[in-house]
Design a protein around this ligand. Sequence first.
Ligand code: GRG
Length: 309
Amino acid sequence: MVSTDERIAPKKKSSVFDLGTYLVQRKALVEEALDRSLSVVAPEKIYEAMRYSLLAGGKRLRPILCLATCELMGGTVDMAMPTACALEMIHTMSLIHDDLPAMDNDDYRRGKLTNHKVYGDDIAILAGDGLLAYAFEYTAVHTQNVPAQQVLQVIARLGHAVGAAGLVGGQVIDLESEGKSEISLETLHFIHTHKTGALLEACVASGAILAGADAVDLQRLSKYSKNIGLAFQIVDDILDITATQEELGKTAGKDLQAQKATFPSLLGLEQSRQEADRLIAEAIDALAPYGKQGETLRAIAQFITARKH
Ligand code: GRG
């Protein structure tokens, strides 16, 4: 069978890097891999619910970051694809649970009805649980040509990122802060770095670990990912105010409605934009030692502040 790396090799020869084309191609590769990763078997209902959200589109930024970092560190797309898929499974399950009536209570996600609106709350909870468990199984079973010790490190990083030390912890403080208009910038920073930043950090770290990156590279990449993680959520807060429902694929203005403290509510729109730009500049700075080889991660960082959805 022809490997993914062999299929994409000729396209990498172009000297002018075009992020738009790169993102479209990578998204297509990731979607093919996600489609192959999960088939419908008995009991069909749960597999259908899992596939409904996993294949509902989205930017696929997390898997793309994992693949790009693995390549920057000398690894291949094939080595990282199972982990890239697992990261998208985890991201998707967090969206399914976040949209539930007990949490953000959203009817639309990625331009489609949310999982619980189609399958009911009970199946949506289980679809999220199913995707979370499968993410770990998928990484352990399907990663090839990577030393077992590195795969183990990746699995540990994923667990740390999704649990109480990461997404779950961030979500808890986020829920507790709802309706409290005067939460501190420090608390908001905690929410954003845990709820959103932790998984983006894990994407970059796992791509690097799979490729066998050393401690110096992991440190540089950690600076990059921490900065893009926070910037990503600040931009998300800004878009909640400035973008339309069509652009977002979900209800706009939800933060204001839920009286959520956000960067724009604490700092104003302009200062929030400046903070996101400052973080992206810091992220790009961390890539300086990689010169031209760092152009993909650099362009992805710039895309985070330029994006409209
Ligand atoms: C992880 C075990 C576990 C439980 C979930 C619900 C929850 C705990 C955490 C909430 C995490 C969450 C929904 C954070 C928001 C992250 C965010 C900015 C999502 C939007 O990401 P995009 O813009 O979306 O990349 P697409 O659709 O493009 O993938």
